[in-house]
Design a protein around this ligand. Sequence first.
Ligand code: KE4
Length: 439
Amino acid sequence: MEQSSINPDTSRNTALFERAKKLIPGGVNSPVRAFKAVGGTPRFVQRAQGAYFWDADGQRYLDYIGSWGPMILGHGHPVVVEAVQKAVLEGFSFGAPTEREVELAEEIVRLVPSLEMVRLVSSGTEAAMSAIRLARGATGRSKIVKFEGCYHGHSDALLVKAGSGLATFGSPTSAGVPPEVVQHTLVLEYNNVAHLEEAFALHGSEVACLIIEPICGNMNFVRASVPFMTRCRELCTQHGALLIFDEVMTGFRVALGGAQSVYAQSIPGFKPDMTVMGKVIGGGMPLAAFGGTRAVMEQLAPLGAVYQAGTLSGNPVATACGLATLHEVQKPGFYDALGARTRSLVAGLTQAAAKAGVPFCGDSEGGMFGFFLLEQLPQNYATVMGTDGLAFNRFFHAMLDRGVYFAPALYEAGFVSSAHSASDIDATVDAAARFFAGN
Ligand code: KE4
């Protein structure tokens, strides 16, 4: 392999990691950042600008994570920086309503036709957890359906793996989650229509909601097939269950109207009943949301009986950051350009691998992409996790050594921002081509 073309010295990163591990479990505040899946030393980010960040050793990286989706404009977009600077001078947090929360709610509802109302919160976990509680309260039912490989945050009822069969409900995937907390959660195979039909035949009248990542970024990048999504919609309607779209990752990332607008192109009139959002709507600051029809949302406190609350919900600085971001992504041609740039990355990587005879496939929608060291795109979690982890890790580190920062886990998606240039894409493809060719 060609000599790393960047500074191989990671001594400051290593020292920081050792220092962090003394005080913070695993040295990180979110597990995936620890590089446990790929090995090696996590890069401690010193600063970021545009498509790049610089680590503690002063090394520059092309950033294809972008905070796991929020940084769709790249880091430090001047309009967003200015909006945040102005907002902090007005105050950091009030615990009282502000006009900007109303403006952001108006913007989200205007851009996502399935929404009549939204509630702002501080994280995707909180948004998904609250949406499920609301679905249960609105339907008076307890059961929920989710899919293997989809991640909806770390609330207890969602840390669950499939039961032994369709008649049995899930078991916890995390210590500290009592079995009874997940006893109402049914975990099905993604894209498996037969599973779906059988589950609703058995439990349809008890199901409060079905929650799904429409394009699953927590299995790297797996699309729900149109027939599968059609049945999700039909069965929820037939049985009176609420269809919840978890668009924390896909919202304003794959299209201005989110993944639901992509499915509405194939399924006439398609709409979920509720939508969970995050990441892009906060522009990198702690802000998420859940929303749906008025009839459902008005069952939330203080109007209705379903309780939900948050000290920093609708935070005035975060809403300024989110609003500035949403204004920028609405500029003419934004998603056309972003989608084309992302497709050029996936095409270039695929061609480079093919030229070297390396099994490789990828997919993208808007500014979100995924790739697999496989001949064809996987349709479910088992196939994704059946891929060669060691080969992925070798690719990950070869690219990292060349200054390209992909997700440090084969089950995570990647993200391109409007700050990634054509030459950035070319440099990425070139680095991959050298690796695939054994250089
Ligand atoms: P947060 O609580 O991390 O803000 O959002 C949870 C969540 C909910 N729904 C979807 C579809 C998500 O992707 C996420 C969080 N995404 C992960 C990346 N796979 C965040 C990164 C991390 O956990 O550190």
